[in-house]
Design a protein around this ligand. Structure first.
Ligand SMILES: C[S@@+](CC[C@H](N)C(=O)[O-])C[C@H]1O[C@@H](n2cnc3c(N)ncnc32)[C@H](O)[C@@H]1O
Length: 401
């Protein structure tokens, strides 16, 4: 199996990204149609992998046209000509802004960036590039950000719902740190208000009895690609909770209307007049976060320890020692090492003394390894730091002590 396979297994969220750009394509957003052709979107959407029902194909284009348009609106408002689109997926944003003289860096998992880099090159647009990152990994994000000189407009659309609370906190801290290094930067995201937007679009179009079902359907995808458990209640947590989390990371967020009143939307054309009217009102709801760095931000200067791994097979046991961060960038290597040895071992012993951070993707890989062993006890993880031990116990990789 190729290296891509191990990367794909460690973080499933990228699989949903083509579908996200498909909604903009269905909405008829001109650059999404152009970009869809470049990435062969019609053929890339496999209903066998991710189900997309008629309802999803109706609701999602409306939601995504608003969400995508909102971020683009605040990019233009910021006056900043550099864009770092974290978890960019297959969004047509890069094509659109690079055509208009912006320098755009799309930062996504290496498996996505590798696929998109030649497409950007093919457009021959200056200032249109991609970088492979794990947004929880500061060094990788910094490398992507440093392709841009001066203040950056950092944007995040459709990532938050895939992240564990620990990974989400790491992403916020990393963004604040980059904003500190690129003075005058601004951070724009629709993620905290995403559930509210879903709710507004569903209730504008469907009677109350169809609400829960439609909400569940829309979140099926997020739950499939993350650790699951997103419900209408969890995804509509008070926006002030997110604002407080931003503050903890050193960011001051302003909650701004999704779009200015009167913004034209292509997806409204096909709607009943009362539904269209409700959505025209909904776009003024303050669901978009526009954040700046707080004046009292305390700079972090810690260098993150890079991942390293040693392994050997002894008496039917694969013995590994790992140190540094186990995240989407490093966990595929761990999985590959296991897969290459699995036919000649019956157990795995991991010395995790040097492990400094365990992202959800790392946890996922440990889970995949454990699942393939004859018994759960055949995976032994030793010398764990207390917090990481609790995290593994919560993820049911090891037993709670
Ligand atoms: C639903 S897609 C959204 C894509 C795009 N922003 C859009 O709105 O069309 C989620 C994206 O998050 C990316 N992703 C998931 N975890 C990530 C991480 N830790 N670091 C960077 N990107 C990540 C996935 O690869 C995927 O492209």
């Amino acid at each position: 199996m190729g290296k891509e396979h191990y990367s794909e297994e460690s973080n499933k969220a990228f699989e949903t990204a083509k579908l996200t750009s498909y909604w903009l394509y269905l909405a008829g957003i001109p650059e999404a149609v152009e970009y869809g052709k470049l990435i062969d979107l019609e053929n890339a959407i496999d209903p066998g992998v991710i189900p997309h029902s008629k309802d999803m194909c109706f609701l999602n284009p409306i939601i995504h046209e608003i969400r995508y348009g909102s971020i683009n609106h605040y990019i233009r408002e910021s006056g900043c000509k550099n864009i770092l689109d974290i978890a960019c997926g297959y969004s047509p944003r890069g094509l659109q802004f690079a055509k208009n003289g912006y320098h755009y860096v799309g930062a996504d998992l290496p498996v996505v960036a590798k696929e998109l880099a030649p497409i950007a090159k093919q457009t021959e647009l200056a200032g249109y590039e991609y970088a492979g990152v794990d947004a929880t990994n500061y060094e990788s994000l910094k490398e992507a950000a440093d392709k841009l000189a001066g203040p950056i407009c950092i944007v995040v659309e459709g990532l938050g719902m895939y992240l564990s609370s620990q990974d989400a906190a790491a992403v916020r801290r990393n963004i604040a740190r980059i904003m500190h290094e690129h003075e005058g930067s601004v951070y724009i995201t629709t993620d905290p208000g995403n559930g509210y937007l879903f709710f507004d679009v569903i209730t504008a179009n469907y009677p109350p009895e169809r609400m829960r079902e439609a909400f569940g359907m829309l979140f099926e995808m997020y739950n499939w690609a993350s650790n699951g458990g997103i419900t209408m209640e969890t995804d509509k947590r008070p926006l002030e909770t997110d604002a407080a989390l931003f503050k903890e990371a050193g960011l001051i967020a302003k909650m701004c209307p999704l779009l200015p009143a009167g913004t034209a939307l292509s997806t409204l054309k096909g709607l009943a007049s009362d539904a269209a009217e409700k959505i025209r009102n909904a776009i003024s709801h303050p669901y978009t976060f526009v954040a700046v760095l707080s004046d009292d931000y305390k700079a972090e200067d810690e260098t993150e320890q890079a991942f390293s791994m040693e392994s050997r097979v002894e008496n039917d046991t694969l013995i590994m020692s790992v140190s540094g961060r186990l995240d989407t960038l490093s966990s595929p290597g761990l999985l590959e090492c296991f897969e290459q040895n699995k036919d000649r071992i019956t157990s795995v012993e991991i010395d995790a003394e040097g492990l400094t951070y365990l992202a959800a993707s790392g946890s996922r890989v440990l889970h995949l390894i454990r699942k393939q062993l004859a018994t759960p006890d055949a995976l032994i993880i030793k010398n764990l730091d207390g917090d990481i031990e609790n995290q593994l116990a919560d993820d049911e990789i090891i037993k709670h002590l």
